[in-house]
Structure formats: C-alpha cells, structure tokens
Design a binder for this molecule. Sequence first.
Ligand code: SF4
Length: 440
Amino acid sequence: MDILKDRTAQVGLAGAGAPIACGKVSTAGSVSQRACVFCGSRVVLYPVADAVHLVHGPIGCAAYTWDIRGALSSGPQLHRLSFSTDLRELDVVHGGETKLARALDELIELHRPRGAFVYSTCIVGLIGDDVERVCRQASEKHGIPVLPVHSEGFKGTKKDGYAAACRALMQLVGTADVSDVPKLSINILGEFNLAGEAWILKEYYRRLGIQVVSVLTGDGRVNEIRRAHGASLNLVQCSGSMTTLAKMMQEKYGIPFKRVSYFGLEDMAAALYQAAEFFADEPSVLKAAQQLVREELADLLPVLAKAKARLTGKKAAVYVGGGFKAISLIKALRHLGIKTVVVGSQTGSPEDYETLRQVADPGTVILDDSNPVELARFCRETGADVFLGGVKERPLAYKLGLAFVDHNHERKIPLAGFVGMANFAKEVEESVLSPVWSLR
Ligand code: SF4
C-alpha cells in the first residue's frame, strides 16, 4: 500500500528526512482518526459538571458525544447528561432559534445549573441561527452565563473546536472576585480528571503549598472558572487543546504559562520543579517538591524494575490526540524496556513533531493525522507488540492481534502522576503478557 499522495509530507522517520507536516485539514479519502470541530469543543468542555451542555443540532451529534470522557466529578453529575435540540427537516426550513430558546428555558428550570454551553453543529452553521442572541436572552432571563460555542463540524479541524471551547471559557474567566486567592496559586489547563487524575495532581500541589484555583476543565465548576484569573501561573498540560486559553489569559490578565506533562517519571517531576522554579522566592516550594519526588520514586522505581524485567525487548505503537503526550509516552515506555517503533498524533504541532523526531529512536515511524490503513501497515512492518491509543484504535489493535492499552479519554484507570506511572506499568504488562496473543 502506498501512502496517499497528499499525505506523504505527514509521514516520516525519526532522525531522517524533512520535518513532519501538520495542522492541515484531513485529506479526503483518508478516513482520518480525528473527530470533527464540534467534538473538539465537546471534549474540552464536557467535564464542567454543574453546567448544562446543550447540543444545538440533529440528534446524531449529541449521541456521538454522549458521556464521551471518563471525567469524574466530586459533586454534580449534570455533564453526564446529553441534551439536544434534535433539529429536524422543518427546523432546517424555518430555523431552530425558537426551539433552542425553549430547550434552554426547560433545561435551566429543571436542572438549575450554574451555567450553560450551547454547541453549534454543522447544520446550525448552514441555516444561520443567531445562537449568540438566543444565548444572550437566555442569560438575561435566567441570570446565569449561557455561552455559545461556535463549533460547526465542517469549519476546520478538531483543533478549531478546542479554540472555540477556549473562547467560550474565556467569557467566564474574570467574572468573579479573586481577592482571597494567594500568591502561591496556579490553574491547571488541559487536565480533564480522567479516572480522578486531577485529584492526584491537586494533592501533589497541596503538598508543595500551592493552591489550585481552577482545573480546566477536570471536575470543573463554573464559579471556579470565573476565578481563574486570580492565579499567578497557568500550567498547560494538553497544550493542543488549551494553549489558546493560556495565551488569551496571558494577554488579558498577564498570567504567564508553562507547558507541562503529568505522564511518566521525568515529565511529572519536571512539572513540579517548573512550579517550584516559578515560585523561586518561596524556597519551601522547591524543598517540598524535592521531598515529594524522592518519596514517590522510592515507591515507584521497584515497581518499574519488576515490569521492565518482563517487558524488555517489546515494541510499541503509540497514536494519541496530542503530540506532547506522545513524547511523554516514549520516555515512559523506555522505563519499561519497550522501544517505540510507531508514534503519531491527531493534532500535534510543528514543535511537538520536531521534539518527537529528536526523542524517538532513529527509524521510528512518525505520523500526523493518520488513518487505519497506515497504522495497520506500520504496526505490521515494525513488528509492534502493543498499541497505545484510544477508542478508535482499540478495534484496530485487536484485529491485528496486538495488545492494547487505552491512553485516551475513556480510560477508567488514572495514568497521570507517579501513581499513574505505576498503573501504566501494570496495564502494559498485563496486556502485553496476556496468553491470549499466543493464540493469534
Ligand atoms: S461533523 Fe457536523 S454533523 Fe457530524 S457530528 Fe460533527 S457537528 Fe455533527
């Protein structure tokens, strides 16, 4: 199989050739693993647990994204309900604004949310409903923020959906009092509390004496997001989804941001040290970070050594949403004695791919916005033993007879932090060494 002509620049090898092309709309006929613009917005905002999430469009868009993340809430569970205006043929002819206003009235009266997000889908962009006006009127009527999310599926890539979500969040930021927020304070951006990961990270920062003002958007609350401008620093984990918001907050409120990753040993420790470095005039933070890393590694390293002894020599294929996470995973897999032979992402940036080309072993296949045919081919050609990916890669891996580890937003086991690295080792070990693969 040859790679589609229009995609050749998006496929390359570590240590050789030209930089990987990226940030393009998906090639027609490629059957991309990416989702649409609307889905990009939906996954970013979904964990805000005390808001109504109303999908303005046909029912299919809502069904497609219902309960799409394993994002846990410590309180309200409103985010887990999927609401749709269920636009039909007559609405397309006459317009859906009346239906949208009625749906908002009904949902807000029934659920008493702290806010509402209204997602515009493809058809809304085509018929031209004035979603801004309907949201503004609903907001005035009910006294809560009702925020339009301009996420028509056709108008770009999934990354444009992330940006639309950031613009909606930015309307909330800065609308509440922050006089009681201390100087040692941060926001964590691009952390979605999958399987409770945000709680693990918050506990680490608490041990450092740093207050987390808001996690965007894991275990999110409207009133916390409104106070996010009070923090001294933004730490951006899923940079593909949240750098837009970090830049907007830097411009409007002067809050600097740093990119971090909470996956793997080095990157988790580096994330803590980055905060300590930022608050360098408080030496207690650095001391606490050093102690935390020391204590956590004392527990973790023996676990990794045991897993490594059983896994050394295995090969992995990695295909995830963002490029920054892929970089962390290559490093994490090395601690288990596993070499990454294929690596790619849906929405990686030029900087991500450049780093991947340097971090990955020479000859590793690197892919941007790939498709099942390419992934299957490179898994076979490189002899990968395990596939790390998400819901769309799982059936592909099983069809190829490969072990699979879910590292996407549906996962039920926390993989972030030091404790997450121990879970990761266990997940990889159990899947790779399962006797079922000998029956292929
Ligand atoms: S592409 Fe359009 S119609 Fe399809 S799920 Fe996305 S918004 Fe809905």
